[in-house]
Design a protein around this ligand. Structure first.
Ligand SMILES: NC(=O)c1ccc[n+]([C@@H]2O[C@H](COP(=O)([O-])OP(=O)(O)OC[C@H]3O[C@@H](n4cnc5c(N)ncnc54)[C@H](O)[C@@H]3O)[C@@H](O)[C@H]2O)c1
Length: 312
């Protein structure tokens, strides 16, 4: 029987790649999105395929559909967007999780939560393993996202303990690739767009803070493997690329790959911005036989090609 899969946030950056992968693998896919940060253009190439269906819906309201698997990705992911309406961000994480978990319980579906490395806050442990409980400011401007995602994890594990629901929790680290929003302030898309337009490249702080960047195809592969893993593998599982780069190194790579003449422009560091971020992916290796395969230069090249076409 065909696997019926619901992807919330299916018209977003990661969601659209996931929908594509699932449709290509023969699944019957339903994308649910309210288009807050996603767009129909991201999934336009899938519309018309007989096993792909689209629904406009806000996950803060209940949903009744028959499915076998749910990937819960709906949530704005960049600070610019999630801080626009912080109350709605918390509602999306928390009410969205309650509604999707309720649906999974009713139809006995497996459900995967797209959680985030932000649950670790500004980490005091480096690199971050899943056993680290995090260092999050609960009342700061990022809390709507960080605490919303932490509460969603709590709900997932309570549904698992209380109702024996088959859950999976992926803690996604910084992911990049084609279909990122060009103006969402995320560092990879920011630098590429600025470099391609010859604008100054904005570096917050001195650029010595580190990040690890996972190409979207690798990430989607990890999500699919996690869903396919035995039910004992609930996670949380870190999914990200452990290669660590300073923001300055990233800027230099983007400038060299685009051949841009952009200059660097330094601005003050935003509040609660973590200084270091790198996943420990030992668990994903053991439980899912997963590790990222795409090098930063390759992934940046593909992303630059996408933005070149978009800006043209
Ligand atoms: N991209 C990353 O680096 C990253 C890192 C960690 C976690 N994540 C998580 O992965 C998921 C996808 O992130 P993304 O980068 O693709 O972001 P995105 O903003 O491109 O995608 C999120 C999608 O959810 C939709 N959405 C938002 N609120 C909704 C609501 N109330 N109801 C229905 N749809 C709603 C948006 O319109 C969008 O299409 C998010 O849950 C995010 O928190 C992403």
């Amino acid at each position: 029987m065909t696997n019926r899969v619901l992807v919330t946030g299916g018209a977003g950056f990661i969601g659209s790649h996931l929908c594509e992968r699932l449709v290509d693998s023969g699944a019957d896919v339903l994308s649910v999105d309210n288009y807050f940060t996603g767009s129909k253009a991201n999934i336009a190439h899938l519309v018309g395929r007989p096993t792909f269906e689209v629904m406009r819906h806000d996950v803060t309201f209940p949903l009744y559909v028959e499915v076998d698997e749910i990937y819960n990705l709906a949530c704005p992911a960049s600070p610019i967007h999630y801080q626009l309406d912080p109350v709605q961000t918390t509602k999306t994480s928390v009410h969205g999780a309650i509604n999707m978990l309720g649906l999974a319980k009713r139809v006995k579906a497996r459900i995967l939560q797209a959680s985030t490395s932000e649950v670790y806050g500004d980490p005091t442990v480096h690199p971050q393993t899943e056993g680290y409980w995090g260092n999050v400011n609960p009342i700061g401007p990022r809390a709507c996202y960080d605490e919303g995602k932490r509460c969603a994890e709590t709900l997932f594990f309570d549904y698992h303990r209380q109702h024996a629901l088959a859950i999976r929790v992926a803690r996604i680290f910084n992911t990049y690739g084609p279909r990122m929003h060009p103006r969402d302030g995320r560092v990879v898309s920011n630098f590429i767009v600025q470099a391609l337009q010859g604008e100054p490249i904005t570096i917050y702080g001195d650029g010595g803070q580190t990040r690890a960047f996972c190409y979207v195809d690798d990430l989607v592969d990890g999500l699919v493997r996690l869903m396919a893993a035995p039910d004992e593998v609930t996670g949380p599982v870190n999914l990200g690329n452990p290669g660590e780069f300073t923001i300055l190194e990233l800027a230099e790579k983007v400038i060299s790959l685009t051949g841009s003449r952009s200059k660097l422009e330094f601005q003050p560091l935003p509040r609660d911005d973590p200084m270091q971020r790198r996943p420990d992916i030992t668990l994903a290796g053991q439980a899912l036989d997963w590790r990222p395969a795409i090098q930063l230069e390759d992934g940046l090249g593909r992303t630059i090609d996408y933005f070149k076409a978009l800006l043209a």
